[in-house]
Ligand binder design. Structure first.
Ligand code: MN
Length: 228
């Protein structure tokens, strides 16, 4: 048995709908600008160019239903996204086989300190300070493929205090789930426990303490998170 010099941190994990087993998380990849309307609202060119990714930390995932307003920011945005959880991986995975590696899907939020992300972009610095902070990735239970299949179309919607803020359709993703998996596997070795946040539709906006965010994806249920 391995003896650690300091107390070993827990393995971050997510609940699975219909099971008492948990899904252990290894890495969190997030795609940027994967819906044309959001790309335009962020000042980008929606023509299909190579995708780009950033990462959050596995322990940034949070299923408590509460999102603590983070420190060092006065402009925190919601980005609602579909989470893709992998049960296996590899390198150079063909698009045609990519979905075989998916364990399940969940409704998730890529909460963003937009002011700090903006400063980082302007200074050509990495995005972690705006993206990979504590509890920055609220998410719902993982819905296994065995129950929900592979959702590739259907409404994606986020409301704040019952007012609709973001609306899109899974079929509007510029890079589809199998393409994201294939692309990532060209640059990284993917493995069981990796999750991918698949990008947000347009309508990202600021939240305040007390706001109740409700994110829905057709076929995957809803996620309710209160900003505290
Ligand atoms: Mn995002």
């Amino acid at each position: 048995m391995t003896r650690y010099a300091i107390p070993a941190p827990a393995i971050p994990s997510l609940s699975i709908d219909g099971s008492s087993d948990r899904f252990p998380v290894r890495r969190v990849y997030c795609i940027g600008r994967n819906y044309a309307a959001h790309t335009i609202e962020m000042g980008g060119d929606p023509n299909r160019e190579a995708p780009f990714f950033f990462q959050k930390n596995p322990d940034n995932l949070d299923q408590s239903g509460e999102f603590p307003y983070p420190v060092k920011s006065g402009d925190v945005h919601h980005e609602m996204e579909m989470l893709v959880a992998l049960k296996s991986g590899g390198t150079d995975i063909p698009v045609a086989n990519a979905l075989e590696h998916v364990f399940g899907y969940a409704v998730a939020l890529d909460m963003t300190r937009r002011d700090l992300q903006g400063d980082a972009k302007a200074a050509r610095r990495p995005w972690e300070i705006g993206k990979a902070f504590e509890r920055s990735a609220p998410c719902g239970p993982i819905m296994p493929v065995s129950a929900v299949g592979h959702p590739d179309h259907g409404l994606v919607q986020l409301s704040v205090n019952d007012e609709t803020r973001q609306t899109g359709d899974l079929n509007q993703m510029i890079w589809k789930v199998p393409e994201m998996i294939a692309y990532l596997s060209e640059y990284f070795e993917l493995a069981a426990g990796d999750v991918i946040l698949s990008g947000t539709p347009s309508g990202v906006a600021a939240v305040a303490r007390g706001d109740v965010m409700e994110a829905k994806i057709a076929g995957l249920g809803s996620l309710k998170v209160t900003v505290v």
